[in-house]
Design a protein around this ligand. Structure first.
Ligand SMILES: O=P(O)(O)OC[C@H]1O[C@H](O)[C@H](O)[C@@H](O)[C@@H]1O
Length: 547
């Protein structure tokens, strides 16, 4: 079944939301709290080890009801059924979208073109498990018979960001292997990594869904050359493995067939860490932990599929985001994780969210007449408090923010954790309540200032408040809870794509730059010049002076 195609702005719910927005656009969240003592409880979802409080938002009971009407009217329920069942919902590439199957159970049946894909998925998982165990326990050795000490993931985009973020986030669970990531075609990246490596004890994992990506193939070629300065061609099989859908290209590159971990074209790159693309994750934290990550995601998949929408975490978060994006015209959203382990989380989400929903053509092929994809950014708390929070608190822009926290710290330092969590809680409270003129006056009066000085300072010290936040409080950072969290955002992306009536699973927007880069590369190498605008031509000439 194809996805429904409904312009959201033509639905009754959208029109009702538009009218409703005019009435409530000036509401103060703190007034909503004083009017309704049950607000916090009504707008909190408790699910497994997740506590999701969305009450600190500019929404009333009526807003919430209308937003829920909207997902009914754009036929979200039917769309979820299509998503999970292997329909070709990535219509522009004629592919199914089945990252959910990757974390499914062996007994599940998921049909793609009439064929159950679960046996293949589990065959590859078994291969990942066996390979991981051999490397981790040192049975598999390098060309001088030494056990491996280092793993290098060579990939970019979805073949880098997911594994890199998860390995970093789960470093508490890591084994003795040291992991490195080479992604940028910038030769300085690969050379800085090579400096740290011993070819005798390093395993290289080349990850590329297509195996045609310029960056990855260049880095892999450079690394293989470096390796061959120390070892022989026969040794390559012991040190290089690859993850790809393009088995022929991998073989052409000289990788041993046994060293290929297949994936499928129904796995989008930015949703692929659950497939063999996660091999580096499995190597870094062990297969059991990798599997737990998958299990966590599977639990979120089941929640998303079965839970009624009013209590469904990804649906609720998506709706709130649409409310700000399309009605308040907020342009960006911040994701602030109060965990240094999640240092790379926002970077990871940027690809997932912006590559998926950064579209302007609807599912009928027409230009949309409403806003789509949000800009995503963020850094961990508390660091970000000392960096960009000023703008969120007192700037002119509306920036809804997700505050992610973990109640229990992994190292168990209570003092640090209490401080961390008090900041986590305090910020959402401050963003909600702000600081009124009266409160500032009280404060200033306690200082030894003249009345004139007080009046002068007053406006600068006022915080408007009314800044929306979601609190996503999770018991503890574990492979399972991280799996749930990532899957939560994946499904939020899906819901928003359905509402905005766009195709979330292609990424044609990244192609043009790639094409032009290859033309320009030829111009640079062969000193030609093909039809560039004057600015581009000048820049090209400028560069040629330095070659
Ligand atoms: O895994 P690969 O085929 O090498 O692709 C790596 C990346 O390249 C492309 O530019 C896409 O925009 C990304 O979605 C993808 O993750």
């Amino acid at each position: 079944m194809a996805l429904p195609s409904i312009n959201p702005t033509t639905t009754d719910a959208w029109k009702a939301l538009q009218n409703h927005f005019e009435k409530v656009k000036e509401i103060e969240i703190k007034d909503l709290f004083s009017k309704n003592k049950d607000r916090a409880n009504n707008f909190t979802i408790n699910w497994e080890d997740f506590y999701v409080d969305f009450s600190k938002n500019r929404i009333t009971e009526e807003t919430f009801k209308l937003l829920l009407d909207l997902v009914d009217q754009v036929k979200l329920k039917e769309a979820i059924a299509s998503y999970y069942s292997g329909d070709s919902i990535n219509k522009t590439e004629n592919r199914a979208v089945l990252h959910t199957a990757l974390r499914g159970k062996e007994t599940d049946t998921v049909l793609v073109d009439g064929k159950n894909v679960m046996p293949e998925i589990f065959k590859v998982k078994t291969k990942i498990e066996a390979f991981t165990n051999e490397i981790v326990n040192g049975n598999k050795k390098g060309y001088t018979n030494k056990p491996f000490t280092d793993i290098v993931n060579i990939g970019i985009g979805g073949s880098d960001l997911g594994p890199a973020m998860v390995v970093d986030s789960l470093q508490f669970y890591k084994n003795h292997l040291t992991t490195h990531f080479v992604s940028n075609v910038d030769g300085d990246h690969v050379n800085e990594v090579l400096k740290k490596l011993d070819p005798e004890t390093t395993l290289f994992v080349i990850v590329s869904k297509t195996f045609t990506t310029q960056e990855t193939l260049s880095n892999a070629t450079t690394i293989r050359q470096w390796f061959l300065e120390h070892a022989t061609q026969n040794d390559v099989a012991k040190h290089f493995v690859a993850v790809s859908t393009n088995i022929e290209k991998v073989k052409d590159f000289g990788i041993d067939e046994n060293n290929i971990f297949p994936m499928w074209n129904w796995v989008g790159g930015r949703f692929s860490l659950w497939s063999a693309v996660g091999l580096t994750i499995s190597l870094a934290v062990g297969f059991d932990n990798f599997n737990k990550l998958l299990k966590g995601a599977n639990a979120m998949d089941i929640h998303f599929k079965n839970e009624e929408f009013s209590n469904n975490i990804p649906v609720v978060l998506a709706l709130i985001s649409v409310w700000y994006n399309n009605f308040f015209k907020a342009e960006s959203e911040a994701v602030i994780a109060y965990s240094q382990y999640l240092n790379q989380f926002a970077t990871y989400l940027q690809q997932g969210i912006m590559e998926s929903n950064g579209k302007s053509i609807d599912r009928n092929g027409n230009r949309v007449n409403y806003e789509t994809g949000t800009l995503i950014w963020g850094e961990p708390g508390t660091n970000s408090q000392h960096a960009f929070f000023q703008l969120i608190h007192q700037g002119t822009k509306l920036i809804p923010a997700d505050f992610i926290g973990f109640a229990q710290s992994l190292h168990g330092n209570k003092d640090h954790n209490d401080k961390l969590i008090s900041n986590y809680i305090a910020q959402t409270e401050a963003l909600l309540n702000g600081k009124t003129k009266e409160e500032v006056l009280e404060e200033l009066k306690e200082k030894n200032l003249s009345e004139a000085e007080i009046n002068e300072l007053l406006p600068f010290k006022v915080f408007e408040g009314n800044k929306p936040t979601n609190t996503i409080f999770i018991k503890k950072l574990t492979p399972e809870s991280l799996g749930k969290l990532i899957a939560m955002y994946e499904h939020k992306i899906f819901v928003q794509g359905i509402i905005w009536n766009i195709y979330s699973y292609d990424q044609f927007g990244v192609e043009l730059g790639k094409q032009l880069a290859s033309t320009i590369l030829k111009d640079i190498k062969f000193n030609t010049s093909v039809n560039h605008d004057a600015s581009t031509q000048n820049i090209l000439e400028y560069f040629k002076n330095f070659r």
